[in-house]
Ligand binder design. Sequence first.
Ligand SMILES: *Cc1c(COP(=O)(O)O)cnc(C)c1O
Length: 354
Amino acid sequence: MADYFRENVTGMAAYIPGEQPKPGSQIIKLNSNENPYPPSPAVLEVLRNFNSESLRRYPNAYGEDFRQAASEALNVPSDWIIVGNGSDELLSVVMRACTEPGRKVAYPIPTYVLYQTLTQVQSAELVEIPYGENYELPIAQLIATNPAIAFIATPNSPSGHVVPINELRKLASNLSGVLVIDEAYVDFAQENALELVKEFENVIVIRTLSKGYSLAGLRLGFAIANPKLLSGLYKVKDSYNIDAIAIAVGAAAIRDQTYKNACVAKIKASRVQTAIAFKQLGFRVWDSQANFLLVQPPKANAEYLYQKLKEQEILVRYFQQARLDDKLRITIGTNEENEILINALANLVKVSVR
Ligand SMILES: *Cc1c(COP(=O)(O)O)cnc(C)c1O
């Protein structure tokens, strides 16, 4: 085929999302960190009563109803909130607003692979700095790089560790560019960095309804930052980036904090139980404040276990990447799913030792 693309697009690898089996399949899906519990009953209520006539018109360009609901849930003014088609879109909007060839994007690795993809699309300069052995933040190198954007996922994927708020504060105060704090998994964590947006106009905290609120299929994310920072992002985003259904459903979901907190509490309890079970099987398990665990099998290679689990219709995530290719990232499912997984692994580990 003729080369229709920009040089960097031709040269880059495509981002590979977790496999998504067909709806209704019996597969146990522990590869994309979705919530195993259904969305709030308030979501169903909104969908049942949704007036299809309202779809005739364009939606509110700022997702106003959702913004209002998020403002109340988080106790931040609504003009400090921007809404996106998943938090992935907001990552892309920040990237488009702040980078160009010659500007740097820096982040510690291993982390969310999409940061790399988005940087390559922009032809910006990529600076990946390894985390320390125990996931210490390479803060001096990040500051020395002086990037236009620094990305920090906290809790991080795939490690599940949280970057302490004082480190984020130190980073924010020493960067002249934007610090993006990606809190996709914050609902499962003990702490968050929201207060930093009030202290620093270069900090943006990005959140999503995909994980904590069981709404990955809805595609709704939002970010909190000083309105001065948001004003640049509004110039870049698509005018009608979130649809009318997502606005209404998202508003209902974020208002129902009681339901979300109950699901999160179940997942956190299962996380403790599952970590114990992995350790009993001889796996190394990293402390996680997210809805997944990074684990390292005792002997068998991780790719082998990934394949064998897949044959048994259990999907987990395997990354063919430095530092990760001997590990698996496994989403916390329902207790029943976690038990099936652990039993399957118990058998596989026994067999592969012989
Ligand atoms: C899942 C995830 C996202 C994407 O969330 P969406 O709102 O579904 O686009 C962003 N960042 C990290 C680190 C994630 O794991």
